[in-house]
Design a protein around this ligand. Structure first.
Ligand code: G6P
Length: 608
């Protein structure tokens, strides 16, 4: 949420800033702005709405000159989306400009204090207090001033600061919100994420909490709040810019759906050696694993849905009780978690505020935390006890697909690895699971080759007003994700129901023509789900059934069917989710929705 870019060099900054912001659009935003030092003053241009508005306003950046600048895409928290609330924010006398990602929790006290001293505020934002505080405390040294201001702030922030007083530097700092520094030749950059600077450099520093970067044209110095210099490793980005571009596809989401076989292969292959699962990342001994009496899974959104699938899998394979919790609920409910609980935290971005705080809560209570994270070096990855990275590559579309799939793949790896450790699976089962897992990418490729059938069904069904997803057991866990995918990008009302719950309420909503998507991959309960299909059909429902190819008889039961290859129960969600993603994608496309950037949603929810 919110995107930051900054440039200091010898070239005109505005085109780079606009291009960088474009690469950060996936984070979600409702307004955008840039600020440049034109040699005499700080010039700010900002606009509510899409970046196109800002581009028009600045003639694609050509109307605003300067070789030092900062830019921002804002996702409103304090104050409505508007030109005036958009960043960058200037201090009262316009000598200092700030872009900010995060939330300043004590901004009202700070604002009152400054207002009492006669400072005039222009916006409703929490961010503006930072610009005003800098001006208030400035005594000739911007770095000293920023350090002083930081000591006054409670909350989370990634900040970029420029000033007319120190025109040849950008100060950048982070606490809880992500910020990277790009290293170039006679120019340097700041950004919330790598794609923003990849056209310029592959060498970056990832700022840690409370590190302050001082960027000049000829170099970058990192210090801590005591002004001690910090020596950091330069990280080289090894994925290609294409990975952050659409590569010929109309939407990132479609490209990312298509990338899933590779993403899963990249995630599992390095961890299977001679038929054995090797998870060196987990530092727990077998004794420790045996000593856990409960597994606690924490996540938000689709990552939470992975956690719901994991509950079914872990309980079956590991025979340990599993509780999967929404991070936002867990952190405020005085949970029963202690050193005998293993906590697994799942997050694509590694920056989701609720997930991060829930993780810390579990750690405070003595629980060992293993995180499953996609973004290397992100907060959750750094602060968990062990981290297993999903090698999905950058995921740009707001609606997750390949991250979800790679998270599932890690769950399978963990189930087999721990199952072996605990002795709850036999050597035969172990071999069978590993070989099934290795076959998942090819089976997904096969499903993707048949995407036209899903496109055809979407063309028949995209006018549905309400859609109900039903399933039992692991199919219920999957229906949560199928329903979320559809509603988040197509804006069609949809709900997921455990099929056995239908009779307790939802069936009253079924009327002639209501679309019900019945997931029937779970072998043991096919008979039960067929009964549920008949029940909704008797009330007029139009049923689309998703099943394994060995159940062709379902063609005679449902009005439409999608078949997927067979696999072991545990891994079927990885196959079954693919048609559901494609269905949501094609429905949204037929409805003309903004697929990669659905309204009101953000890729990375870094505020509560
Ligand atoms: C947002 C995204 C979802 C994602 C969720 C959790 O809502 O749109 O796709 O599942 O955040 O994000 P995380 O980065 O923690 O997986």
């Amino acid at each position: 949420m919110c995107g930051i870019v900054g440039y200091i060099g010898y070239e005109q900054a505005a085109p780079f800033l606009l291009g960088g912001l474009e690469k950060l659009e996936y984070r979600g935003y409702d307004s955008a702005g840039i600020c440049l030092n034109d040699g005499e003053k700080l010039v700010v241009k900002k606009s509510k709405g899409k970046l196109e508005e800002l581009k028009k306003l600045t003639n694609n950046g050509n109307d605003i000159i300067g070789t030092v600048g900062i830019g921002h895409t804002r996702w409103a928290t304090h104050g409505e989306p508007s030109d005036v609330n958009a960043h960058p924010h200037l201090s009262d006398s316009c000598r200092f400009a700030v872009v900010h990602n995060g939330i300043i929790e004590n901004y009202l006290q700070l604002k009152d204090m400054l207002t009492a001293k006669g400072v005039k505020f222009r916006s409703m934002t929490d961010t503006e207090v930072i610009a005003q505080l800098i001006e208030y405390y400035y005594k000739g040294d911007l770095v000293d001033t920023v350090i002083k201001v930081l000591s006054k702030l409670d909350g989370s922030y990634a900040l970029g600061v420029i000033s007319i007083e120190d025109p040849d530097e950008i100060i950048a700092v982070r606490k809880e919100s992500p910020l990277i520094i790009g290293l170039g030749e006679n120019e340097n950059y700041i950004a919330s994420d790598v794609p923003a600077i990849l056209s310029k450099t592959r060498s970056i520093y990832r700022l840690e909490n409370n590190e302050i970067a001082i960027l000049r044209r000829d170099g970058v110095k990192i210090i801590n709040t005591d002004k001690d210099e910090v020596t950091k490793q330069v990280e080289t980005i090894n994925w290609d810019i294409d990975a952050a571009e659409k590569g010929g596809y109309e939407h990132f989401m479609f490209k990312e759906i298509m990338e899933q076989p590779k993403a899963i292969r990249d995630t599992i292959t390095p961890r299977i050696k001679n038929g054995r699962i090797v998870l060196d990342e987990i530092k727990l001994t077998a004794e420790q694993v045996k000593s856990f009496n409960k597994i606690n899974i924490l996540a938000c959104g689709s990552a939470y849905h992975v956690g719901v699938v994991a509950k079914y899998i872990f309980e079956k394979v590991l025979r340990k009780p599993v509780e999967t919790d929404l991070a936002s609920e867990f952190r405020y409910r005085d949970p029963i978690v202690d050193e005998h609980t293993l906590t697994i935290v799942i997050s694509q971005s590694g920056e989701t505020a609720d997930t991060k705080e829930a993780m810390k809560e579990a750690q405070r209570r003595g629980s060992h935390v293993i995180s499953i994270v996609n973004v290397v070096g992100s907060a959750i990855a750094s602060e968990s006890d062990d981290v297993i990275y999903t090698w999905a590559g950058p995921e740009i579309a707001v609606a997750t697909t390949k991250a979800y799939s790679t998270q599932l793949a890690v769950i399978y790896l963990m189930a087999i690895y721990f199952g072996d450790m605990l002795g709850t699976i036999t050597p035969d089962e172990y071999r069978n699971y590993v070989s099934e897992l290795e076959s998942v990418p090819d089976k997904i490729t096969k499903i993707l080759e048949e995407e036209e059938h899903v496109q055809y069904l979407a063309s028949k069904l995209f006018n549905s007003r309400d859609v109900f997803f039903i399933g039992r057991n692991i199919d219920y866990a999957l229906s949560l994700e199928g329903s979320l995918k559809l509603k988040e990008i197509s804006y069609i009302h949809s709900e997921a129901y455990a099929a056995g719950e239908l009779k307790h309420g939802t069936i009253s909503l079924i009327e002639k023509g209501t679309l019900v998507i019945a997931l029937a991959t779970h072998e043991e309960l096919i008979g039960k789900i067929v009964s549920n299909i008949k029940e909704v059909q008797a009330r007029g429902a139009n049923v689309l059934c998703l099943a394994c190819e060995n159940h062709q008889e379902l063609k005679d039961v449902a009005q439409s069917t999608i078949f997927i290859p067979h696999s072991c129960d545990m891994m079927l969600p990885s196959l079954a989710v693919i048609p559901l993603q494609l269905f949501a994608y094609y429905v949204a496309s037929l409805k003309g929705c903004d697929i990669d950037k659905p309204r009101n949603l953000a890729k990375s929810v870094t505020v509560e």
